[in-house]
Design a protein around this ligand. Structure first.
Ligand code: AMP
Ligand code: MG
Length: 408
């Protein structure tokens, strides 16, 4: 039996609190290659028409379509008057009965309005035999057909992807106004922890949360760094939190968040003058989740020490605030997938439940047999967290379920 959790905040209420927090994302002017993954702070505008000229889309011959009275694909013979390579400026004009050799990406000569691909032609002795129809505009991309000078080609708030970088480069936006990645520091707390590279004593364990959270935060678009671990001592915790916050916008602390005598973090945050906006949630795993605001506009998230708890809370909750801090909308943090359950599930308890699962390409979801919130091994085999509503009844095979996708 679970203790009564009815007085705890629901996940939905926590989301409302997080989304209502007024944030001021930091601005940055970055060279284009560094913009990958950032969100744009201003629109990117086309500096000229694209393509900037009527452009051949094929290697072949630029012709006048009126020289092809029928579109029967029969043979036509034209006099060859020149050649136009990509990048070349040509003063050629195509008189009736003539054509010019042209290459992909080259500007069409005056009075030509179609291209016959080279595959359908034979050139000999200054004349070309063409065996294809030539409707006006065939294999020609007209000037401005992609976009016009002054058009918005990339929108404020959109994420800079590799293709967006190509767009920005093509319109000459070699630097862009973007929102900076949120700077997030991660601290682990617990007397039992040693660094992953150290040899633990018989009752010690290696600190795996710090590396996991830094990695997850990086995947969520943050500038994340580990800021060490600290023992369960209030004075040491306070010093470590203050040091880590110096050059971070947001701090994540794992461990020491719950009810034990040695769980000091929420109290220390209170002593630091933090406004504890969330303490404890109706979520499984992750009940001891803490969200606190500091007077200088920075934030601290307190995560339970068990790795699956910290992971689920970061993916579901922390990510919302971080996404907004990176210039996005809360919904950009929603990574929902829908699938069909391939095994029955028992009824759920009173907390919203995030269970490690495998989402397959065929649209089915397999809940994994996890051993609880410490089971990082099963989490590593999962690619999604299957979400169960509070008190949801048992689900049969074939039921539709919602899953939160885990970034790989
Ligand atoms: P706590 O939230 O401090 O009560 O810790 C809950 C459980 O998570 C305990 O079994 C801890 O040993 C474990 N734990 C705490 N911090 C870490 C960490 N950084 N890495 C791995 N396990 C941890
Ligand atoms: Mg602890």
């Amino acid at each position: 039996m679970e203790p009564d959790v009815s007085s705890l905040l629901s996940v939905q209420r926590a989301i409302e609190i997080l989304d209502a927090e007024p944030l001021a994302p930091r601005a940055t002017l970055v060279d284009l290659p560094e913009a990958l993954g950032l969100r744009l702070r201003s629109d990117v505008i086309a500096d000229r028409d694209y393509p900037p000229f009527d452009k051949s889309q094929m290697d072949g011959f630029a012709v006048r379509s009126t020289d092809f009275p029928t579109s029967d694909g029969g043979e036509h013979r034209l006099r060859l008057v020149g050649e136009i390579a990509a990048g070349q400026r040509s003063e050629l004009s195509i008189e009736p009965g003539t054509c010019a050799k042209i290459f992909t990406g080259a500007a069409m000569p005056r009075d030509a309005d179609a291209v016959i691909p080279v595959e359908f032609t034979t050139a000999r002795d200054g004349a070309v035999t063409l065996r294809a129809a030539a409707e006006p505009g065939r294999f020609v991309a007209p000037r401005g057909s992609d976009c016009r000078a002054g058009d918005v080609v990339l929108r404020r708030g959109s994420v800079v992807t590799p293709a967006a970088i190509a767009v920005a480069a093509s319109v000459g936006a070699w630097q862009v106004q973007a929102f900076a990645r949120p700077r997030v520091a991660v601290i682990s707390s617990g007397d039992e922890l040693v660094a992953p590279g150290a040899t633990p004593g018989p009752s010690q364990i290696r600190d795996s949360n710090q590396s996991m959270l830094v990695a997850l935060l990086s995947r969520l678009g943050c500038d994340a760094r580990g800021a060490g671990s600290v023992c369960d001592d209030p004075g040491a915790i306070r010093k470590a939190l203050e040091a880590a916050l110096r050059d971070a916008d947001v701090l994540l602390v794992s461990g020491g968040m719950s009810m034990g005598d040695r769980d000091h973090v929420p109290r220390v945050l209170g002593e630091m003058g933090a406004d504890l906006k969330i303490t404890k949630l109706r979520i499984k795993p992750g009940k001891p989740f803490v969200f606190a605001g500091l007077s200088d506009g920075k934030y601290v998230f307190g995560l339970p020490g068990n790795p699956v708890s910290g992971f689920a809370c970061t993916l579901r909750l922390v990510s919302r605030l971080l996404t907004r801090l990176a210039g996005g909308e809360p919904r950009d943090a929603e990574r929902w997938r829908h699938a069909t359950l391939d095994a029955p599930l028992p009824s759920n308890g009173p907390r919203e439940f995030y269970q490690p699962a495998r989402l397959a390409d065929d649209g089915s979801a397999s809940p994994l047999r996890w051993k609880g919130s410490a089971d990082v091994y099963t989490l590593a085999a999962a690619n999604a967290l299957l979400v169960r509503a509070e008190n949801e009844p048992a689900l049969p095979v074939g039921a539709r379920v919602r899953l939160l996708e885990i970034p790989s």
